[in-house]
Design a protein around this ligand. Sequence first.
Ligand SMILES: [Zn+2]
Length: 240
Amino acid sequence: MGTAGARFMVARQVAASAGLFIEEGDTCISLDPGPGAVVAYAQRKVDLTTLDAIVISHRHLDHAGDVNVMVEAMTDGGFAHRGILFCPSDALDDDPVVLKYLRRFPREIIRLAAETTYSVNGVTFTTSCRHVHQVETYGFRFGERLGWITDSAYYEGIAEQHKAEVMLIHTILLHCRPDLPHLCIDDAERIIREAQPRLAILTHYGMTVWRANPQAIAADLTQRIGTEVRAAYDGMSIDV
Ligand SMILES: [Zn+2]
């Protein structure tokens, strides 16, 4: 639904910041609906009342900006008591990003914990350990098929924890910066070499990655690693 990450990409909407959308049979899950997600879903004609769950990896604005309107939409304005919201505890507690008045709308709100498996209508996913990031953040693995590496600095085990046939990697930084808890392109390369997925997809670009041309970066990685690496674009759809 969108490939923008970090504040400048999001503020200028250089790319959409609407996160990911998963469909498996009748089950629909929205992941990290950032600012403008409700618009992106409407443009792609997704009926949000059919959502089964909304998953927030962490409380940063580019991941959770539209969580409230998405919860309202999923619950048909709060009239249909349905759907599940998954989020870290700090999205609900101090300085919450999920408004209190609509917390009774979903059927359930589940506080994510590290290395725990959850299920939504037969779709199962497992959280990673807590990521190295400014706020409580988790990555996800949907069985053996899909690994979703959300915002984090590189850490030992990040490749193993998200190892799957297809791996999505949030690459904010072109060059590594020890002062910023984000993955750079070198980190992505290391992860891909370690985990050896069938397909790796770069997404959630910061401005430096965007300016360096994600497609060119992906082509270069593919050539050097020998694993297929693709750069996501807004509206990209893949079969997993
Ligand atoms: Zn973040």
